[in-house]
Design a protein. Structure first.
Length: 105
């Protein structure tokens, strides 16, 4: 893999792991826009409190590249609530690696 071109972090909070992960990805993508006309490989790493509950294939639709690697690792938080259900906090890191060298003028 070539040198990493951009990395961005995001955080999401929700009542389920899937919702919190979706929000974390959206949060990171909102800051990770880059306007370079080269194809990218994207590596998404999610820190999830209950990693076994996460289906990473649900997040692929958020990316415009077919070259997506998703890694789910132990992390995030579960914040207990008085009503009984916990709020889930998920962290997301998005890394982009150009498949070719960008052309500069």
């Amino acid at each position: 893999m070539t040198q990493r071109m951009i990395v961005q972090m995001g955080m999401g909070i929700g009542g389920t792991v899937a919702l919190a992960a979706e929000r974390a990805v959206a949060d990171a993508l909102a800051r990770a826009q880059i306007h370079v006309d080269v194809p990218f490989t994207v590596r998404l790493t999610l820190g999830v409190p209950e990693a076994a509950q996460m289906d990473p294939s649900d997040l692929a639709r958020a990316f415009s590249t077919p070259d997506l690697e998703v890694h789910v690792v132990a992390g995030g938080m579960q914040v207990p609530q008085p009503a009984g259900d916990a709020l889930i906090v998920v962290g997301a890191a998005i890394e982009r690696f150009p498949l070719t060298e960008p052309v500069t003028d």
